[in-house]
Design a protein around this ligand. Sequence first.
Ligand SMILES: C[S@@+](CC[C@H](N)C(=O)[O-])C[C@H]1O[C@@H](n2cnc3c(N)ncnc32)[C@H](O)[C@@H]1O
Length: 175
Amino acid sequence: RSTVLADAVRDLLPPGPLLVRDLGCGTGSMGRWLAPRLARPGGQHWVLHDRDPVVLSHAVASLPGGVTGGAGPGDLTGFGADLLAGTSLITASALLDLLTADEMDALAAVCTAAGCPVLFTLTVSGRVRLHPEDPLDAEIGAAFDDHQRRDENGRRMLGPDAPAAAAAAFARHGA
Ligand SMILES: C[S@@+](CC[C@H](N)C(=O)[O-])C[C@H]1O[C@@H](n2cnc3c(N)ncnc32)[C@H](O)[C@@H]1O
């Protein structure tokens, strides 16, 4: 993740205490990376969301020093605009490619309704580069993309289509 991004987001945030929501937080890597970079008077409160209660408990236990926080509702597919109201920053990392097109659209709708900055990072994009290079790279890259687009129990994940789907969904909802 780029410190340029963190600086750009910090400049967009309102003064005073922050309420940050990390969607699909996993074990909390976003908080460990971003919270120190947002440091400000008034403090930060992080609400962590993940549908996996085990990783969520790790994330809560590993919130960085000087940050308050806790667990919020887990599965973001049920989130309504009311849940995100009052949030200063919505963030997620390595999440969008796991969503379906409909879930992406619903997420963009509730984020747009919240009217706060949104920082989504580390999304599978379809650009695959392997080091060292090998003649099989293109085949391996295509197989990786196909796997990321897999259908799981009737849910077709966006995989490498996630960045374009996210941009289109946010535009559709007026962001
Ligand atoms: C690839 S991991 C990324 C974890 C963390 N954000 C990171 O960057 O290290 C994706 C996480 O999203 C969570 N997740 C996937 N779909 C979700 C959903 N619909 N609601 C909440 N969490 C979800 C998974 O449980 C998993 O912890």
